[in-house]
Ligand binder design. Structure first.
Ligand SMILES: NC(=O)c1ccc[n+]([C@@H]2O[C@H](COP(=O)([O-])OP(=O)(O)OC[C@H]3O[C@@H](n4cnc5c(N)ncnc54)[C@H](O)[C@@H]3O)[C@@H](O)[C@H]2O)c1
Length: 247
């Protein structure tokens, strides 16, 4: 019960990996707020079914007013904010193309959600964490930022920005006893995700652990960085990809 009565916001909590984080936090006693563009009600129900506490909030992380309303509603309901997991991303539905053919609107959408959204959520929780005298922010990047995968320059660049933003935030938030770290998961075979089996086999060959990565593989690292076990760790990047990238 490392998170007993801790207030945890998991953005994109209605999505696949966000759900896995949320269920794990709830199991350890946290009170969850799950902002998403889509309804996180099924995740809230799953948490309540296991005896936990959760709320879903309609929110667009790229919109400052929407983010502020979400954080204020969370604090009002639970009495504060302790932990933010910046997990929401324009990801599954990104349009892929060579960078010289990509539309400006498509590029800007990835930046608005994946970069501005991370900043806006941190900005909105800061006063509440300051009030508490401590806090934890975990920003979710991706292995693509290390690999430079072709044909989605906007997504790759946005996830690289998350790593740099984490470092800048860590420097600014140290005096407030707030830890900020990045987790970069590898390609994750989330529930129901369709992949070319041959491509997945080749991807697995590049790992130290030669198997597909699933949601649960990332959960422990995110919870560690959100817990008091990592209180002297900040500004760091932890890559969770079964050993594809060895930094
Ligand atoms: N699945 C992978 O292979 C993988 C690998 C590396 C990193 N990641 C990262 O992990 C995180 C979760 O990915 P996932 O696989 O669960 O994807 P997902 O699409 O299931 O979850 C992302 C969630 O973010 C929400 N979202 C999108 N735009 C939003 C906005 N403007 N405001 C609020 N919510 C918004 C979506 O509705 C969705 O529920 C993302 O940050 C993704 O970039 C995923």
């Amino acid at each position: 019960m490392r998170f007993k009565d801790k207030v945890v916001i998991v953005t994109g909590g209605g999505g696949k990996i966000g759900k896995a984080y949320a269920l794990a936090f709830a199991k350890e006693g946290a009170k969850l707020s799950l902002p998403d563009l889509v309804s996180a009600d099924p995740v809230v129900k799953a948490i309540q079914d296991q005896g936990g506490t959760a709320m879903s909030v309609e929110c667009d992380v790229s919109n400052e007013a929407s983010v502020k309303a979400m954080v204020d509603a969370t604090a009002k309901r639970y009495g504060g904010v302790d932990i933010l997991i910046n997990n929401a991303a324009y990801f599954m539905t990104v349009k892929k193309s060579p960078f010289w053919e990509m539309d400006v609107a498509e590029f800007d959408k990835a930046m608005a959600v994946n970069v501005r959204g991370v900043w806006l959520c941190a900005k909105a929780v800061f006063p509440y964490m300051k009030q508490r005298g401590k806090g934890k922010i975990v920003n979710i990047s991706s292995g693509v930022a290390l690999n430079g995968n072709p044909n989605y320059i906007h997504y790759v660049t946005s996830k690289g920005a998350v790593i740099s933003m984490t470092r800048a935030m860590a420097r600014e938030l140290g005096d407030f006893n707030i830890c900020v770290n990045t987790v970069a998961p590898g390609f994750t075979l989330t529930e129901g995700r369709q992949v070319d089996p041959e491509y997945e086999r080749k991807r697995n060959e590049q790992r130290c652990f030669k198997r597909s990565q699933v949601e649960q593989d990332i959960v422990g690292t995110v919870l560690f960085l959100a817990s008091s076990d990592s209180d002297f760790t900040t500004g760091q990047l932890l890559v969770v990809d079964g050993g594809t990238h060895l930094l």
